[in-house]
Each structure stands twice: as structure tokens, then as C-alpha cells.
Design a protein around this ligand. Structure first.
Ligand code: 5GP
Length: 208
């Protein structure tokens, strides 16, 4: 059953680690408070400062595998050796409440979402160069050299799927990239299919 309210949109944002996706998304959410971020479940251990329920629901692998078996995930994937998943219930509840929802997930998850929610709008964030991607990954300071090397290695696979997304943004200048992301959100909201339903009363009145 598709419980999606007609007035709201599911946004999917992906990027290789280090492209600046989370910073961009957090800035977007400040500018667009009507969008809710879906908090994922993961088996990755928390980084310093990360909180349960705010950044992720951190769970043991056994528990995650049980959740997969219970069918609680709208999508799930193994990324950089850890499991990540989006709760079906969280997304459907928010959409049914009439809120736009944003998922920060990888290309494998995005592919699954496109199948189950074909009306979703997907955006891929690219870094401006390989050297800058590496610099940003090292600059984060919270990951080991091994984790950084693995993420750099995996970035090629992630980037190779960028063409599957509706939009691509190059995050060179942060303010420009944020403006681009916000423009996409704004343009999607003005689409006539959504506007026609949202402004039904107005249109009825204008046609009377
Ligand atoms: P990080 O460990 O740096 O927070 O995230 C690593 C990667 O996992 C990122 O590409 C991120 O988008 C992806 N990821 C985070 N949550 C999910 C999720 O729920 N599903 C999927 N498929 N990927 C996720």
C-alpha cells in the first residue's frame, strides 16, 4: 500500500564519503524546516560525539540481521563493511503526516528506494576533485587511516552510479552547492501535480 500523502516528496541524497553531503544536508534542513531527515539504523560504531537516535540508531549486527528478517527496512545495504538501513515505518509515517522526507543513503539504497517509491527525487553530490575528496576525508579527524583508505577506495564505485540520480551537484563552493540543493527542493515543490492537489480549493474557487 502506498501511504504517501500526495503533497509531500521523498528526497534521496547520496555521495562518496568526504563529498560534504552531511554538512550540506544539515544546512538545507536549517533552511527548509518542513523536511524531516530519516535517522538510519547502522552496525557502525559511533564516532566521537555521535548520539544514538540523533545521528543513527546504533545496533549490533545480530539485532540488525533480525530487523532485516522482520522486514522493518524500506532499504538496507552493506557500506564500507557496515550495515545501514532505513526504517519503513519512520518514512511512511512522516510522509503520511504530510512532511517531506530526506534520506542520506548510498547508491545501493537509492536503487531500492527508486523501485518502491518511484516518485522520489534523487540527488548525487560530487567532490570537485579526487585530491579534495582525500583532503576532506583526512580533515574529518575522526576516522582511522584504514577507514579513510577504504572509503577512498570505495568512492569510485559510489561515483560510478551518479548517473542513476535525477540531479548531480558538484560541491566545490559550499554556498553554491547549498543553493543548488535548495533550488531542487523548491522546484520539486512547485511541480504542477503537487500544486494542483495542494491548491485544490484555490483552483476550485478560481474556476467557479
Ligand atoms: P557514515 O558511516 O559515514 O555515516 O556513512 C557511510 C555511508 O553509508 C554513506 O554513504 C551514507 O550515505 C550511507 N548510509 C547511511 N545511512 C544509510 C542507510 O540507511 N542506508 C544506506 N543504504 N546507506 C546509508
Amino acid at each position: 500500500m502506498n501511504t504517501t500523502a500526495p503533497q509531500c516528496t521523498l528526497f534521496v541524497v547520496a555521495a562518496p564519503s568526504g563529498a560534504g553531503k552531511s554538512t550540506l544536508v544539515n544546512a538545507l534542513l536549517e533552511r527548509e524546516p518542513a523536511i524531516s531527515l530519516s535517522i538510519s539504523h547502522t552496525t557502525r560504531p559511533p564516532r566521537p560525539g555521535e548520539q544514538y537516535g540523533r545521528h543513527y540508531y546504533f545496533v549490533e549486527r545480530d539485532a540488525f540481521e533480525q530487523e532485516i528478517a522482520d522486514g522493518i527496512f524500506l532499504e538496507h545495504a552493506e557500506v564500507h563493511g557496515n550495515l545501514y538501513g532505513t526504517s519503513r515505518n519512520t518514512v511512511d509515517t512522516l510522509l503520511a503526516e504530510g512532511r517531506d522526507v530526506l534520506l542520506e543513503i548510498d547508491w545501493q539504497g537509492a536503487r531500492q528506494i527508486r523501485k518502491s517509491k518511484p516518485d522520489c527525487v534523487s540527488v548525487f553530490i560530487l567532490p570537485p576533485s579526487r585530491a579534495e575528496l582525500e583532503r576532506r576525508l583526512r580533515g574529518r579527524g575522526s576516522d582511522s587511516a584504514e577507514v579513510i583508505a577504504r572509503r577512498l577506495h570505495n568512492s569510485r564505485e559510489e561515483i560510478a552510479h551518479a548517473h542513476e540520480f535525477d540531479y548531480i551537484i558538484v560541491n566545490d563552493n559550499f554556498d553554491d552547492a547549498l543553493g543548488d540543493l535548495q533550488s531542487i527542493v523548491r522546484a520539486v515543490r512547485q511541480r504542477s501535480g503537487l500544486q494542483w492537489k495542494r491548491h485544490e480549493a484555490l483552483i476550485q474557487e478560481l474556476l467557479a
